[in-house]
Ligand binder design. Structure first.
Ligand code: ATP
Ligand code: MG
Length: 442
C-alpha cells in the first residue's frame, strides 16, 4: 500500500533515515490517510533516542516538553510534528499515566502499546504499511478493537474507553464484542481520569456522525461522569408534544443539529432539568415549567466540573435558558431578543429550536416550523435593513446627553434605555434631532 505523505512528513522521515535510524508516520495520521480523511496531526515513531532526534534536527526549532516520554516536537512551517522514540509503557497505577516508560529498539513494541488496531499502524515509503494487528482489515470492516486483551488495556488507561466511543461516533464504526464488553464492565475506571481529558474526547464524540448511536448504546458510560443524565433515562414525558422519553428525545435533538461543539453540547443538556421540574395538572397532563432555568443551572455546574471554558459555559447556559421561549415573527419582540443576546446567539437559538422541534412528536410540528421560519425571516430582514435594536445603533449617545445638560451617569443610562425602547417599538424614529428633542422632554 502506498500513501501520500505531505512534504514535511517526508522531510522528517528522510532526515532520520539518512542519519541511520528508522522512522515511520504512525497512529491517527496513518488511519486517516488510509480512510482518505485529512489527519488532524502527524506523529512519527523512530529508533532514534530523544537526544539523537534533537541532534538530527539541530537546525530546526524543537520542543522538549515530552522528552522524558521520548517525544520531541519539531516545528516546521509553524506546525508541530511529534517524533517519539520507540517505547514500551511500564506499569499503570492511576489508569492514565504509565509509571515509567522504557525506550525500545523495536517498532513492534511501540505499536503494541497503542490503543486500537486501527491506530497501531505505521508507514513510510521504504517499507510501506506495517500492520502487525490487522488494523487495515478492521478499518475496512469498520471495527474498533483493542490491541491485546481489552480489559487489560482499559485498566492501564481508562481514557481509552472514551476514545473507543469517540472513534465509533466519528468514524461510524462498530465496537468489537470483547472490546465493547470491557468498556461496559470497566466504565467506573473513568472516574480516575482528569475531567479536561474527558471533555476533550466528549466534544469530539458529540460532533461525530454516529454520536446518536453511541449516546444510546453506551449511556451508562456517560452516566459515570455526568450522573445528572440518569434522571432522563426512560423518563416518559406524558405530553402530546413528545413521543420519546427525555433521554431519547435528547439524543435525537443532538443529532438534529450541525456538528458544532457548542450546539451539540447545548442539545445534550437542553432538557436535563425536566425530571426535577415535573408537575401534573388536574387533568393529569404533565408540565415542566421551569425546566429551562433549572436545566441551564445544571448544565453550568456539569460543564464547570468538566473544566470547559467560561465563555463556552455561558453560551450553553444562555441557549438552554432560552430554548423553549415561544417567539413570534414580531419586530419588537425580535429586536428585544437581539438586544439582549446578540446576533450570533440569536441565530444559534433558532438552530437549537429547530433541532428540538424535529425531535418532538408530529403534534403541531408544521405550525411550529412555519412559525420558526417566519421568526428567522423577520430577524434577517431587521438585520439587513440595519434597523436599530441596541444602544450602539442608537443615533444618540451619552456625550450627546451630557451636552444637553444631563450629568448623572445613572440618568444618562436610563434615558438611553427609554429612547431605545421607543425606537424599537416604533414610537420614535432613530434620528438624532428627534432623539435629542425626546431626551429633553424626558
Ligand atoms: P486524532 O484524530 O484526534 O488526532 P489520534 O488517534 O491521532 O486521533 P492522538 O491523540 O493524536 O489521537 O494520538 C496519536 C496516536 O497515539 C494514536 O493514534 C494512538 O496510536 C496513540 N494513542 C493516543 N492516545 C492513546 C492512549 N490513550 N492509549 C494508547 N495509545 C494512544
Ligand atoms: Mg492524531
Amino acid at each position: 500500500m502506498r500513501l501520500v505523505l505531505p512534504y514535511n512528513a517526508r522531510f522528517i522521515i528522510d532526515r532520520l533515515q539518512q542519519s541511520g535510524y528508522t522512522c515511520y508516520a504512525v497512529g491517527g495520521c496513518v488511519r486517516d490517510s488510509i480512510l482518505g480523511r485529512e489527519p488532524a496531526d502527524w506523529d512519527f515513531t523512530t529508533s532514534a533516542l530523544p537526544e539523537e532526534i534533537e541532534r538530527v534536527f539541530s537546525d530546526c526549532r524543537t520542543l522538549n516538553f515530552g522528552k522524558q516520554f521520548g517525544t520531541i516536537g519539531i516545528i516546521l512551517d509553524n506546525e508541530q510534528y511529534e517524533v517519539t522514540t520507540y517505547r514500551l509503557d511500564g506499569e499503570y497505577t492511576d489508569s492514565r499515566h504509565p509509571d515509567s516508560v522504557s525506550f525500545s529498539t523495536s517498532l513492534q513494541d511501540d505499536l503494541s502499546r497503542r490503543d486500537f488496531t486501527i491506530n497501531a499502524m505505521a508507514y513510510n515509503d521504504t517499507d510501506g504499511l506495517i500492520d502487525y494487528f490487522d488494523g487495515q482489515k478492521d478499518l475496512k470492516f469498520g471495527v474498533i478493537r483493542c490491541v491485546g486483551v481489552a480489559t487489560n488495556r482499559f485498566a492501564e488507561d481508562a481514557l481509552r474507553i472514551l476514545r473507543a466511543l469517540r472513534f465509533a461516533a466519528t468514524l461510524g464504526f462498530s465496537i468489537e464484542a470483547a472490546t465493547s464488553a470491557a468498556i461496559l464492565s470497566g466504565k467506573r475506571m473513568l472516574s480516575a481520569i482528569a475531567y479536561e481529558r474527558i471533555s476533550d474526547e466528549l466534544l469530539k464524540l458529540l460532533c461525530g456522525e454516529k454520536a446518536d448511536f453511541v449516546l444510546r448504546r453506551y449511556r451508562s458510560v456517560f452516566a459515570v461522569f455526568i450522573p445528572e443524565l440518569v434522571g432522563t433515562f426512560d423518563y416518559e414525558q406524558n405530553s402530546k408534544h413528545h413521543n420519546r422519553d427525555v433521554y431519547r428525545h435528547t439524543v435525537a435533538a443532538v443529532s438534529n443539529i450541525e456538528p458544532d461543539p457548542l450546539l451539540r453540547t447545548t442539545m445534550l443538556f437542553h432538557d436535563i432539568g425536566k425530571p426535577l421540574s415535573h408537575t401534573t395538572d388536574r387533568h393529569g397532563e404533565s408540565h415542566y415549567y421551569n425546566h429551562p432555568i433549572l436545566g441551564a443551572a445544571m448544565a453550568e455546574e456539569i460543564l464547570r466540573r468538566l473544566c470547559m471554558p467560561r465563555l463556552f459555559i455561558n453560551d450553553v447556559s444562555t441557549l438552554i435558558r432560552y430554548h423553549d421561549v415561544r417567539l413570534k415573527p414580531d419586530p419588537v419582540v425580535i429586536k428585544k431578543l437581539l438586544s439582549k443576546l446578540g446576533v450570533e446567539t440569536v441565530r444559534r437559538l433558532y438552530k437549537v429550536q429547530r433541532a428540538d422541534i424535529l425531535a418532538q412528536s408530529m403534534y403541531q410540528r408544521e405550525e411550529k416550523l412555519r412559525n420558526l421560519s417566519a421568526v428567522e425571516a423577520e430577524t434577517e430582514r431587521i438585520l439587513s435593513a440595519g434597523e436599530c435594536y441596541n444602544l450602539k445603533m442608537l443615533e444618540i449617545n451619552g456625550s450627546d446627553l451630557l451636552h444637553i445638560g444631563i450629568t448623572s451617569g445613572e440618568e444618562i443610562g436610563k434615558t438611553l434605555d427609554t429612547l431605545l425602547d421607543k425606537v424599537i417599538s416604533g414610537e420614535l424614529s432613530n434620528e438624532k434631532n428627534i432623539l435629542i428633542a425626546a431626551a429633553k422632554a424626558i
